[in-house]
Design a protein around this ligand. Structure first.
Ligand code: MUC
Ligand code: MG
Length: 373
């Protein structure tokens, strides 16, 4: 028997209510579906990962349900019986059996990192190269909301958690109305906090070139993925013409995508989501490409729960290239979480939890409560 051998992989679907609905460009979520993946080692240690997309399959095609099919039927059989320290080899074997499905692979990558680090009694950050920081700034994201509600949520978050930057979701309605809403919000806030927008790839070239300059004039400080993922030429045009930093999100779902953005000079910042990239190893490669090219990286989120967010935090705290802050606020959007201790958010930052693995322990009563029948 080897303590590090993977004895079994378990999955369960959770539906975790949000404290308020979160409106995206094409979908409004009231709960976050999460595939909780447990990797159990022969020595008795268990590691946890989360399969999460923002609300549903509208973002990238995968959902918590598709992930369950892929993990149970195709990825778990590759993991079981292998040493967890074969992690890089297991991830590479995933590619031979399953194309794409990066969110599902990320959940397994993270659960294996957690199990391995717990077995070694070290934090996941140490498996990822060690410390560059102990906390990171957190941008709070607002769903699509009427002006008054947006202003009051921003005021509340400044007072309660000291956020200094806010992301506003766009792309859901008439671009003229949507732009007027954000410009009005920027006027009300009068430079008190940083404002950025995420259009989730919903605008075409003409719409972007018409409305983004108005948002620049209103003081918006970052444009996240205004145009479709594949259209790097337009992203480059926006980056060159408007004079506000542009962040690529949907355009970068692999290290090769990051290289394409670098070659096309299509963006200033890359949104690194450990989920869409297929886990911590692929995120490291993506960040390295950005860093070598002089691009900034943002510690982005798919609205993970506590384990997924902690994984992205260990990654950000071991990766110098994550130089453009984070939006690792996912657990705060949940009405209630499911670990014995919560991640600590204060003064605009989230702190890396202490302890082995991801540094969080499951609360099984809550997990059972959120588990889908
Ligand atoms: C995205 O596209 O960035 C992150 C925050 C949020 O509100 O939506 C996500 C997804
Ligand atoms: Mg985005």
């Amino acid at each position: 028997m080897s303590d590090l051998k993977i004895a079994k992989v378990e999955t369960r679907l959770l539906d975790v209510p949000l404290f308020r609905p979160h409106g995206f460009a094409t979908y409004t979520a009231t709960a976050q579906p999460i595939l909780l993946v447990s990797v159990v080692l022969e020595g008795g240690v268990t590691g946890f990962g989360e399969g999460v997309v923002p609300g549903g399959p509208w973002w990238g095609g995968e959902s918590a349900e598709t992930m369950k099919v892929i993990v149970d039927g195709h990825l778990a059989p590759i993991m079981v019986g292998r040493e967890v320290s074969d992690l890089a080899g297991i991830m590479s074997d995933f590619e031979r059996s399953v194309a794409n499905m990066r969110f599902a692979k990320a959940a397994c990558d993270i659960a294996m990192h957690d199990a391995w680090a717990r077995a070694l009694d070290i934090p996941v950050r140490d498996l990822l190269g060690g410390r560059v920081r102990d906390d990171i700034e957190v941008t709070w994201a607002l769903g699509v909301l009427p002006l008054e509600e947006a202003v009051s949520e921003i005021e509340e978050r400044i007072a309660s958690h000291g956020h200094t930057s806010f992301k506003l979701k766009m792309g859901s309605g008439d671009p003229a109305v949507d732009t007027a809403r954000i410009a009005e919000l920027a006027r009300e806030l009068d430079g008190k906090v940083g404002l950025r927008i995420d259009v989730n790839a919903r605008w075409d070239r003409i719409t972007s070139l018409k409305y983004l300059p108005k948002l620049a004039e209103a003081g918006v400080e970052l444009f996240e993925q205004p145009t479709p993922a594949h259209d790097l030429a337009t992203l480059r045009e926006i980056t060159r013409r408007i004079g506000v930093p542009v962040m690529a999100d949907e355009s970068v779902c692999s290290p090769a995508d990051a290289l394409a953005v670098v070659r096309e000079e299509a963006a200033d910042v890359i949104a690194v989501k450990t989920t869409k990239l297929g886990g911590l190893l692929e995120s490291k490669k993506t960040a390295a490409i950005a860093e070598a090219a002089g691009l900034a990286c943002h510690g982005a989120t798919s609205l993970e729960g506590p384990f997924g967010t902690a994984a992205s935090l260990h990654f950000a705290c071991s990766t110098k290239a994550i130089s453009y802050g984070s939006e690792l606020f996912g657990p705060m959007l949940l009405k209630e979480s499911y670990t014995t201790e919560d991640l600590v958010y204060a003064d605009g930052v989230v702190k890396l939890p202490e302890g082995p693995g991801l540094g969080l322990e499951p609360d099984w009563d809550k997990i059972n409560h959120f588990t889908r029948d």
